[in-house]
Design a protein around this ligand. Structure first.
Ligand code: PMP
Length: 286
């Protein structure tokens, strides 16, 4: 089936949607993005993703080509037109097409480029990976210093994912100054005793929308949370580990650099958080 996608105000079949070779997103990775998951044909945490989009645009002094209401409508229309029951909506905004290449920002009236498309992922909520757990390796964090801005500069995470694959693992946890920052496309957590441990928010990591929701649900369920740095050695000694992201929700991690974490099977804290997250997010989906 040909997808209907959205580019700069138009709904088009995917093969008809184009962006200029001079687009700042293409030439300079001068763009930001969001991924919103879809369950039961509804958007999970749309408000959180919209708020983070606005923040990313502001941090980069980039114009916002849309509004909350318009963007919600585009998301809903793409989900409906493409018959998405479970999957994701990808959104990207770039600084637009100045008509040439220059390091300096184009004039303020340059129109930002906006692109959205859906990804169909049947079985996203009931993923077999959640029952099996993931294997991760550790790698050096080679990204820039503003990881709190969700830019499309994804080469370092992409190389990290390939290193993980080459090692027979599913993903990589990135390490800086001896401490885990996050996964290549997710936030990282360990559990010791009854305590959930995850790195505190700063410019070093992306402020995950799923992270915010999961920590809120954990607190509501009287689970203990510590927001602090942890090392790979501490993670190897943990009782369990997991990641969060909009497309994986809560996903257990069972192996780190070839060593089993805890029993080497998905832990009960991750399982409980996944269940609560899916239940509560579905209730609030729009
Ligand atoms: N960290 C990084 C580096 C990511 O790319 C992502 C997913 N885009 C996340 C964390 C998780 O963020 P969210 O829960 O908003 O998907």
């Amino acid at each position: 089936m040909t997808r209907t996608v959205y580019v700069n105000g138009a709904y088009l079949p995917e093969h008809e949607a184009t962006v200029s070779i001079f687009d700042r997103g293409f030439l300079m990775a001068d763009g930001v993005y969001e991924v919103t998951s879809v369950l039961d044909g509804k958007l999970i945490d749309f408000d959180g993703h919209y708020a983070r989009l606005e923040r990313s645009l502001n941090e980069l002094d980039m114009g916002n080509p849309t509004t909350y209401d318009d963007l919600l409508e585009v998301h809903r229309k793409l989900v409906a037109e493409n018959g998405i029951i479970e999957g994701m909506v990808y959104l990207q905004v770039t600084r637009g097409n100045p008509g040439d290449r220059d390091f300096a920002f184009p004039p303020e009236d340059t129109v930002p480029t906006i692109v959205l498309f859906t990804q169909n992922k049947p079985g996203l909520a009931n993923s077999p990976a959640a029952k099996k757990g993931m294997k991760v390796i550790s790698i050096e964090d080679q990204r820039w210093a503003r990881r709190d801005i969700k830019t499309v500069q994804l080469l370092a995470p992409s190389l990290g994912k390939m290193a993980a694959k080459a090692a027979g693992a599913d993903d990589a946890w990135m390490v800086e100054d001896g401490y885990v920052t996050e996964g290549t496309s997710n936030n990282a957590y360990i559990v010791k005793g009854n305590t959930i441990i995850t790195r505190a928010l700063s410019n070093d990591i992306l402020h995950g929308i799923t992270r915010a929701a999961v920590l809120r649900f954990a607190a509501e369920a009287q689970m203990k949370v510590e927001e602090r740095n942890f090392t790979i050695d501490e993670a190897k000694e943990a009782d369990e580990a997991f990641i969060t992201s909009a497309s994986t929700f809560v996903m257990p991690v069972v192996e780190l650099d070839g060593a089993a974490i805890g029993s080497g099977t998905p832990g009960s804290v991750a399982a409980r958080l996944r269940e609560i997250y899916l239940e509560e997010s579905l209730k609030a989906a729009i």
